[in-house]
Design a protein around this ligand. Structure first.
Ligand SMILES: Nc1nc2c(ncn2[C@@H]2O[C@H](COP(=O)(O)OP(=O)(O)OP(=O)(O)O)[C@@H](O)[C@H]2O)c(=O)[nH]1
Ligand SMILES: [Mg+2]
Length: 312
């Protein structure tokens, strides 16, 4: 009998084939392409409601990993298969925090219904990288019920999460006026669900009240989705079912059309990020001479940019 190809095994749902595909995609190798195509085909065949793609973001140390871990446990109890991608866009290297995440989530490793990966990769503009998007697409294509992207909310990456996922869960804490900060920074706008985590610490009720008051202040009409604000104690798994409920409520709010639109937006974000990567690489490869000519006034910057885009 002929040995089946990696693509066949990926399509058949072999977890080792997924692991291999993810490694290829992470490395940006062309060998990942047929697998990425296969993933998109299987996702498309399952329809936009097939996989819940949830982004989990928030300030460093707010409890994103702990909450993700608690979500895995709860979803597994409901028989759902879960894939998690933990990304640290602030670090170009595999940092300690990511290692910590992996160790924490290791308790699920013997469970075939759970797939955890971490990625220390930064996009060219400081947000999520195209590779991150591709790993998500592979996880979705592998047929997980939930795919969770955890990323620390710093700068561009926070905005990117909303473009990369169906739903965004913002994890805040009672400490240090986190809620008010989020409002001021315009971060609340990207949140579909808000967890006030560490609700065992003082000030949780006040933070919830402030957040809800702030939501009322923002621009809204009868079509506005008000992100449900839920208290959680992730360390004890408290409030996790309510988070899942809130995400599913947002899913129902989006409906089939809304989810299809999110999927299109995710594809757009992936393609755009690839384009950015390539253009930036090209810009770096261009001879210093071109930039010197611009600096000397021999060539204007617009023409230089035109030449770059024309593949000159
Ligand atoms: N008191 C309390 N501590 C918690 C809770 N959830 C998480 N923590 C603690 O908060 C610290 C940070 O938790 P993480 O889950 O690593 O937070 P994170 O947001 O993933 O952190 P980064 O990925 O490094 O940004 C850990 O020491 C957790 O044990 C909670 O509900 N209550
Ligand atoms: Mg973490």
């Amino acid at each position: 009998m002929m040995a089946s190809t990696l693509e066949d095994r990926f399509r058949a749902g072999d977890p080792r084939a997924l692991a291999r595909a993810v490694t290829l995609a992470e490395s940006g190798l062309d060998a990942a392409r047929p697998l990425l195509r296969a993933a998109r085909e299987t996702s498309a065949a399952r329809g936009p409601g097939g996989t819940v793609v949830l982004g989990v973001t928030g300030s460093p140390g707010s409890g994103k990993s702990t909450l993700t871990d608690a979500l895995i446990a709860h979803l597994r109890e409901e028989g759902k298969r879960v894939a998690v991608l933990a990304v640290d866009p602030s670090s170009p290297y595999s940092g300690g925090a990511i290692l910590g995440d992996r160790i924490r989530m290791l308790r699920h490793h013997a469970d075939g219904g759970v797939f955890v990966r971490s990625l220390a990769s930064r996009g060219v503009l400081g947000g999520l990288s195209a590779r991150t998007m591709q790993v998500l697409a592979l996880m979705e294509g592998a047929g997980f019920d939930w795919v969770i992207l955890e990323t620390v909310g710093v700068g561009q990456s926070e905005v990117d999460v909303a473009a990369a996922c169906d739903h965004t869960l913002l994890v805040l804490t009672p400490a240090g006026g986190d809620g008010v900060q989020a409002f001021k920074a315009g971060i609340m706008e990207i949140a579909d669900v808000i967890a006030v985590n560490k609700a065992d610490l003082p000030g949780a009720d006040r933070t919830v009240r402030e957040l809800m008051a702030a939501q009322g202040l923002g621009h809204h009409d009868e079509h506005t989705w008000f992100a449900p604000v839920r208290r959680t104690v992730a360390a004890k798994g408290e409030g996790t079912p309510q988070i899942v409920e809130a995400v599913l409520a947002h899913r129902a709010f989006l409906g089939e059309d809304g989810l299809q639109e999110r999927r299109r937006r995710r594809a757009e974000f992936e393609v755009r990020t690839l384009v950015q990567d390539r253009v930036m690489r090209r810009a770096r490869e261009l001879s210093r001479d071109l930039y010197t000519r611009v600096a000397r006034g021999e060539l204007d910057a617009d023409t230089a940019a035109d030449e770059l885009l024309a593949g000159a």
